[in-house]
Design a protein around this ligand. Structure first.
Ligand SMILES: Cc1ncc(COP(=O)(O)O)c(C=O)c1O
Length: 445
């Protein structure tokens, strides 16, 4: 049954729209667990790609969505108003700490980034964008162009994007020394930023914005050193260059704060939100300073379905539930505990080169050799497959980094159970118990 369905998926859908990790057809979910069509249950350590922040089937979310569906499924916010959209806008301004801010809604992370880049270009009347190597911001032309990640899926390799992006080195402390021969990653990255801006200023070609993930997600859960973005914000301010912080993967409590930039005590000019915002329903948002947010003419960034009252209600419920259940504090505590546990793997396991993260945004990097740090790509696929056989869903980024991003509502016992499964899977791969068949199934990206 499952193999029939999987074959149909391959035949029916464009590969541009999806990939395969596991041969699983999810039919229902509760809390941190999902059940497949064969009745098997899995702990989802991925939260469906860092989306299902409240887990599956959250009571309050289901109740609020149903209540709103019964009342009003849609009335376009483009030409009118609805109450949930209004209340959500107020909440987003409150939690993002942006003074004198405004909000716009979209449907997916990519369109939030596209909008933010258009706003910055319109406001500054400049073209160039600064970004970071490894940064991922979306798949449409502007966001793909601003993504300096080297991926097969990057559409700008295929179509002509503007190429108006300069990619700077992100302060990746695990790989800095191999890549740059310089151990002080933070200093090196800041110096290159300063030199770039000096050169651009002399050439009268300052950028419209710098866009950054406060912790890089798809590039391997790369955590910058403390204070790095504080300094970046200061440097940009001295040139009057807007800072766009892409919180699509890190936002809404994933790292233990509403937004990861709050650890740095900074206020970006623009923040992009997506993934977890709707608790699984499609809604994205851009929050930013009014002068920037109003730089595009009326309706210049309007979508017919944006500001939908059902998705806005879902987003309001996500925020309320995070607040009511003190999930920021819980995420910090659980995250500290799990990162400590996972770090012990580095001593016990040949394959585990590094463990890093903040809150419940954690990367476990698998390498073939701890000195050369060669990426253990096939071993990562085998670990993913073995973990699935043992009852846990784990995905990867950058081909060799296991991403641990469970729902924030997961309890400690479930998390321990998931981590134990992960360790068993790593052991089985190290002992050669997982054969190459797994490589045909887990395609990843
Ligand atoms: C940091 C970041 N920005 C933007 C995006 C694009 O979001 P979406 O896939 O929802 O369009 C993603 C998705 O992975 C992301 O992680």
């Amino acid at each position: 049954m499952a193999s029939e369905h999987l074959k149909l998926f391959g035949e029916l859908f464009s590969r541009a729209n999806r990939t395969d990790y596991l041969p699983i057809i999810v039919v229902e979910g509760r809390g941190a667990k999902v059940r497949d069509s064969g009745g098997n249950q899995y702990i989802d350590l991925s939260a469906s790609g860092a989306v299902m922040v409240l887990g599956y089937g959250n009571d309050e979310l289901r109740k609020e969505i149903k209540r709103q569906v019964d009342k009003l499924i849609h009335y376009t916010y483009m030409y009118g108003m609805n109450e949930p959209a209004l209340r959500l806008g107020e909440e987003l301004l409150k939690i993002s700490d942006i003074d004198e801010g405004k909000v716009l809604y979209g449907l997916s992370g990519t369109d939030a980034v596209e909008s933010s880049l258009i706003l910055a270009k319109a406001y500054t009347k400049r073209e160039l964008i600064l970004s970071y190597n490894g940064g991922f911001h979306g798949v449409f032309p502007l966001s793909a162009d601003a993504s300096c990640i080297n991926l097969e899926r990057k559409v700008c390799e295929l179509i002509r994007c503007s190429k108006e992006t300069i990619c700077l080195p992100y302060p990746d402390t695990y790989r800095c020394s191999i890549l740059r021969g310089d151990k002080d990653c933070k200093k090196m990255s800041l110096e290159i930023l300063k030199e770039t801006l000096e050169d651009l200023s002399k050439a009268n070609k300052l950028p419209a914005a710098l866009i950054a993930e406060p912790i890089q997600g798809d590039s391997g859960i790369v955590v910058p050193p403390e204070g790095y973005f504080r300094e970046v914000a200061r440097i940009l301010r001295s040139y009057g260059i807007p800072l766009i912080i892409d919180e699509i993967q890190t936002g809404l409590g994933r790292t233990g704060e509403w937004f990861a930039y709050q650890y740095e005590g900074i206020k970006p000019d623009v923040v992009t939100l997506g993934k977890p915002l709707g608790g699984g329903l499609p809604i994205s948002a851009v929050v930013g300073e009014s002068k920037l947010m109003d730089s595009v003419p009326t309706m210049g960034l309007a979508f017919s379905l944006s500001g939908n009252p059902v998705t806005a209600t879902a987003a309001l419920t996500v925020i309320n539930e995070i607040r009511k259940n003190k999930l920021l504090k819980k995420t910090k505590e659980l995250g500290n505990y799990v990162i400590r546990e996972l770090r012990s793997f580095m001593k016990k396991h040949e394959l585990v080169g590094d463990v890093r993260g903040k809150g419940l945004m954690i990367g476990v990097e698998l390498v073939k050799n701890k000195e050369t740090k060669e990426r253990a790509k096939n071993e990562t696929k085998k670990v993913i497959y073995r973990a699935y056989e043992l009852g846990a869903i784990v995905l990867s980024v950058r081909e060799n980094v296991l991403r641990i991003q469970p729902p924030l509502t997961i309890n400690k016992e479930e998390l321990i159970e998931g981590i134990n499964i992960l360790e068993e899977a790593i052991e089985d791969v190290e002992e050669g118990k997982v054969n190459d068949e797994a490589l045909k199934i887990v395609r990843g990206w």
